[in-house]
Write a protein that binds this ligand. Structure first.
Ligand code: ADP
Length: 752
């Protein structure tokens, strides 16, 4: 166990004792115990504050700043990463007008809507978009357009709305006497950790639970087993930005095993939770849960150890992993249009707002032929590295789980690095190098051992104590450091860092930029995150991104800022401006279609509609994006009949974009660059060249320049210039931060 975990264990014993149930009968000693508990809690909170302040002492003003005030269960792993990276933590946030480089929220974007700068680790609306119903609906829509590509999730029905379809399907299967008798799994729409899930073989067994929304899926009984146990994989994915789309996958993850040997479902065993469900939160309560600390043994293992095991069994694990990567990219592409609609409603273009990124947890089951099947996407996967453990009969403690730390710590660390401003990273590394040099030159005690660190300077930090405490306190860190000296273990961390800097910055012929690039190269090589999109799957999946263009049309006609639904006037304007009412469709048909679709989608999403009216912040009347999309499919079918849905939709979207270009030009020739702007998902304004600030952030200066000239000279050589622009954008804008930095300091040629 690491020193961190040792520290934590010591603290956790205190906390554990706080959680003991209160005695039922009143006694004088209860008061004493209460007081003890309170003072222990206060001590604990004070230590935590001092710990973060003491760490801040070593950091330059230029250190990357992280607001962890809303980190909750993620706080332990965050602190370890912040310490490792030498970043600066703000455990209570910053004063009103100051923002941090990264704001970490435990659950969703809305936890702190007052962030106007920096980065937030959640996208607006991601929780809703990843709920089971929304997710599988988005996948279903993509399956309608690309049936061959979207075959990696179980067949799904949405109850109660589709109860009749589901019953009819089941009847058909019964009539055909399919063997073995099919089993279905029922899951509450917004449930998690296995809550409310059950298996059934007959529609009568469905429990409507007060009309709550459920998804019902075919139960996949032919799963890959290890030692006869069922398992699923937790794959971590970092969505770095929507524009340009950047997806990273974590090379390590978890495998969660069931705790009763698997048997194909029968009437007798379908109620055996520990046999059919692999959730850690359920199985940890099983008497047969195996808590082995080894990564390739026990009921929770690392993903790579499971892949190794599959390899030993004679299978091609590279192929399995590639299929998982594809499944991840296609899923993100499926939810992207809705995500963009939510994003622009919360952070409209030209308004100050943070950049967003998010760690997602993909739950994947392997079939017996090793085909990965997506079960769900967790918008806020657990990042806690500790868990309750029974240390002796009836005595539970919170202890750090080495396996969780091994997987989640690099994930969080590299996600933080990915989102950190490059200039701050650079000055941070360079400062450390200088400090190291000074220390080496002046403070060696002759036998090569570094002198113990002397805390001589007095640092005064002003912090806001906590949300309820308005008073700003001055804290002398140096004084308080001595209190903590016994608890903090900086030596191991500093030693590692020194070795790292020594080995990479020794060459005095290199200038600062070159040295920093060397450090970045090493960080990128050792990162647990691998870029999937655009680096690997850009071209292969380009065509799948058609629905983003539909989302752009939807966004253009939303009208009310911040709205997620299009009103009847907006829909009519869409039909008029896109010249859809000219042939085959009348104005009246457009109005009727609007009412039809609105009804259908309110009926499909009853929970969501009422939840939204409770929030009141976003409009609840009108047609949601999925309804708009359905309308587009219907219009495409009527107006541009073709051999397949995707071809009809592509023709419609081309037609709409083209009509809008005509419209913007007041009858002039269609302006190709403008069309291309839309296709790229960039905001186009007729009054001149303006690209969304966040889009330009992602581009190099040259690209923006190029874009600008493409726009201003478009009437002369539009297609040639736009081709150049596209090429340039592929080259530059899609590069990860590191590559862009390297290109800027001219150390590497940008890749062809
Ligand atoms: P939750 O969000 O509540 O964890 P999941 O969709 O992840 O719900 O399902 C819980 C568990 O049920 C999974 O870990 C998996 O073991 C099992 N499971 C879910 N869907 C299926 C399915 N279609 N076929 C077989 N097993 C499934």
């Amino acid at each position: 166990m690491t020193s961190h975990s040792r520290d934590y264990n010591a603290r956790s014993i205190d906390l554990g004792s706080l959680k003991k149930p209160e005695p039922l009968q009143f006694k004088m000693t209860d008061f004493r115990r209460d007081l003890q508990i309170r003072s222990k809690r206060e001590q604990h909170a004070r230590k935590e504050r001092l710990r973060s302040l003491s760490e801040a002492k070593h950091l330059s003003k230029n250190a990357v700043t992280i607001d962890t005030s809303r980190g909750r269960s993620n706080i332990e792993v965050l602190r370890l990463c912040i310490k490792e990276l030498g970043f600066r933590e703000f455990p209570f946030g910053r004063r009103e007008n100051l923002t941090c480089d990264i704001h970490w929220h435990a659950c969703n974007f809305d936890e702190n809507p007052e962030v106007y700068n920096g980065a937030v680790n959640k996208f607006p609306g991601m929780g809703d978009i990843c709920s089971k119903m929304s997710l599988f609906r988005s996948l279903d829509t993509m399956k309608e357009l690309f049936p061959a590509e979207y075959d990696f999730y179980p067949r799904t029905w949405y109850l109660p709305a589709q109860y009749l379809e589901f019953s009819a399907e089941l009847r058909k299967l019964h009539e055909k006497r399919v063997k073995p008798k099919p089993t279905f799994i029922v899951k509450p729409d917004t449930g998690s950790q296995g809550d409310g899930i059950y298996l059934m073989r007959d529609p009568h067994e469905y429990n409507p639970n007060n009309g709550k929304s459920h998804v019902v899926q075919e139960y996949l009984s032919n799963v890959y087993l290890i030692n006869n146990y069922k398992f699923d994989l937790r794959v971590y994915v970092v969505l770095k930005s929507l524009e340009p789309l950047q997806i990273y996958i974590c090379k390590e993850g978890l495998a969660r095993f069931s705790t009763v040997q698997y048997e194909t479902p029968t009437k007798g065993n379908i109620h055996e939770t520990f046999m059919h469900l692999t959730n850690y939160s359920l199985n940890k309560r099983s008497a047969t849960f195996n808590r082995s600390e080894r990564e390739d043994d026990g009921s929770k293992r690392t993903l790579t150890s499971v892949l190794r095991r599959i390899g030993i069994n004679g299978h091609d694990t590279d192929k399995v992993w590639t299929n998982i990567e594809k499944c991840v990219c296609k899923t993100v592409i499926a939810i992207l249009p809705e995500l963009k609609v939510e994003y622009q409603a919360t952070i409209p273009p030209n308004k100050p707002g943070p950049r967003c990124f998010q760690i997602l947890g993909f739950d994947i089951l392997l079939l017996d032929n090793l085909k990965p099947i997506l079960l769900e996407v967790n918008a806020s996967p657990s990042l806690s590295i500790d868990g309750e453990q029974e240390v002796s009969p009836g005595v539970f403690e919170y202890v750090t789980c080495a396996l969780d730390e091994m997987v989640k710590r690099p994930l969080v660390r590299d996600a933080l690095l990915l989102m950190s401003p490059v200039n701050k990273l650079k000055s941070g590394f360079m400062n450390k190098r200088r400090r190291r040099k000074r220390k080496k030159g002046g403070h060696s005690n002759g036998n090569g051992c570094p002198e113990p660190v002397q805390h001589q300077r007095t640092h005064i930090l002003i912090i806001k104590a906590d949300e309820s405490d308005e008073e700003k306190r001055e804290v002398d860190v140096t004084q308080q450091m001595s209190e903590l000296n016994n608890e903090l273990d900086f030596t191991r961390h500093e030693k590692e860092e020194e070795d790292f800097l020594d080995s990479h910055t020794e060459d005095e012929n290199l200038n600062d930029d070159e040295k920093f690039v060397k450090i970045l190269e090493k960080l990128a090589k050792e990162s647990c995150l691998k870029q999937l999109y655009p680096a690997i799957y850009d071209e292969a999946f380009e065509r799948l991104r058609i629905l983003e263009r539909v989302a752009n049309l939807f966004i253009s006609f939303l009208g009310v800022r911040g709205s997620l639904r299009i009103g009847p006037t907006g829909f009519r304007t869409f039909a008029r401006k896109c010249r859809l009412c000219r042939r085959g469709i009348t104005n009246a048909a457009v109005d009727i279609m609007y009412i039809d679709m609105q009804r259908r989608w309110d009926h499909m999403n009853p929970d969501r509609t009422s939840a939204m009216s409770e929030k009141k912040s976003k409009s609840t009347v009108g047609l949601c994006f999925q309804g708009f999309l359905d309308s587009c499919l219907e219009i495409a079918r009527r107006k541009f009949p073709g051999p397949s849905k995707i071809e009809m939709l592509e023709t419609l979207v081309d037609f709409c974009e083209n009509s809008l270009s005509h419209h913007d030009d007041d009858g002039k020739m269609p302006n190709l660059p403008k069309l291309h702007f839309r296709r790229l998902g960039l905001a186009y304004r007729p009054a001149g060249f303006q690209v969304h600030r966040r889009s330009t952030d992602c581009m190099t200066e040259e690209t923006v320049q190029e874009l600008y000239s493409a726009e201003s000279h478009s009437s002369h050589h539009p297609s040639e210039e736009i081709e150049n622009f596209l090429r340039q954008r592929r080259k530059n804008a899609y590069q990860p931060t590191l590559m862009r930095y390297m290109t800027r300091v001219s150390l590497v040629q940008s890749p062809e």
